[in-house]
Design a protein around this ligand. Structure first.
Ligand code: UFG
Length: 331
């Protein structure tokens, strides 16, 4: 199948390109390099031993999107491109709304024009908001969302639902990710955020490698067994495979799947597992709670298994080992 992968050089996009390339697919990548590097393309070609057509275009420029569709017989789109930092989105809401919404609308309008109606959207578990649950299942409706980044995900989900209601010949899959972490086992691609990381795993890696001094664990007085927050971490390669399964197995129409492991890991467990598996020290201190964090947030991942035959295969140990293997290559 001829697939356009937007944001294909980013963290999740790049790992998905690797998995898609294992099948009989022709992959076209578009990425504006806002939060990724062109050298990832070389790494992808090294891992897969395949070549990919690459457009360094910005999806907010509709003529550019048109150009991609007029030059290629695209059959499906997997849409990863978008701004994704929660904190930044609170400071720069207009930038987030305009970038994430305009790029998606351009893409959908051009798809409609070219009669391409298979779309997989990179959504987030954040759309459930806080419903006081330990596990979130797809039957729950979207909840109260507390930041513009999460709102863009929820708004795009709604746009896609309205689009499907207007024309049910579209095949649309909304994939709600829990906490994507880890890296490809080759150590060639992984997560390398610009500046000081906001998320736990990249922060742990920077402390372990000596680039940052100490990890602040945000609160140890939550109602959890060790007092630190629990999340559902998913290895990015498992996550990438979820996209391939969605493309192959999702029923016709509009479908929603959680992509998570269904198992929770606390912040302290993550730190101690990282230290044990990699035999490195991660200096940490207990700091105040971070505003907006919930004690526990995990996926009910049974629907993806039931309908797509997909479940996570990798462990927290694999996540820690692969993440560190990638970070060491950056040193
Ligand atoms: N944490 C620390 N110290 C840090 C960073 C994080 O203790 O330096 C803790 C947080 O308090 C939280 C856990 O580690 O308890 C995970 O935090 P992350 O920032 O890695 O991830 P979140 O669960 O807050 O957010 C992630 C994504 C969002 C997405 C959300 C959906 O970053 O994009 O999951 O569930 F919206």
């Amino acid at each position: 199948m001829k697939i356009l992968v937007t944001g294909g050089l980013g963290f999740i996009g790049s790992h998905t390109v690797v998995e898609l390339a294992k099948e009989e697919n022709e992959i076209i990548i578009v990425d504006n390099l806002n939060n990724s590097k062109e050298e990832v393309l070389d790494k992808l070609e090294e891992i897969t031993q395949k070549k990919f057509k690459f457009y360094k275009y910005d999806l907010t420029e509709k003529e550019r999107v048109e150009e991609i569709f007029s030059e290629n017989n695209i059959e499906a789109v997997i849409h990863f491109a978008g701004f994704k930092a929660v904190g930044e989105s609170i400071k720069e809401p207009l930038m987030y709304y305009s970038n994430n919404l305009i790029s998606t609308l351009n893409l959908l309008q051009v798809m409609k024009k070219y009669n391409v109606k298979r779309f997989i959207f990179s959504s987030s578990a954040t759309v459930y908001g806080d419903q006081g649950k330990e596990k979130y299942s797809e039957e729950l409706s979207r909840g109260k969302i507390t930041n513009p980044y999460g709102m863009t995900k929820a708004m795009i989900e709604k746009i896609l639902e309205d689009l499907y209601a207007s024309d049910n010949s579209w095949d649309i899959t909304l994939l709600r990710y829990f906490n994507p972490v880890g890296a490809h086992s080759s150590g060639l691609i992984g997560e390398d955020p610009k500046g000081i990381p906001n998320n736990l795993m990249p922060y742990i890696m920077k402390v372990a490698s000596g680039k940052l001094e100490i990890l602040s664990i945000f609160g140890n007085d939550y109602p959890t067994p060790d007092g630190t927050c629990i999340r559902d971490y998913i290895h990015v390669v498992d996550l990438a495979k979820g996209h391939v399964k969605a493309l192959q197995k999702a029923p016709k129409g509009l479908n929603i799947y959680n992509l998570g492991s269904g198992h929770g890991t606390s912040v302290l467990e993550m730190v101690t597992t990282f230290e044990r598996v990699n035999n490195v020290k991660v200096n940490y201190k207990i700091a105040n709670r971070r505003e907006g964090d919930l004690p526990e947030y995990c996926a009910d991942a049974t629907k993806a298994f039931r309908e797509l035959g997909w479940k996570t295969e990798k462990t927290i140990e694999d996540i820690c080992r692969d993440a560190w293997n990638y970070e060491k290559n950056l040193l």
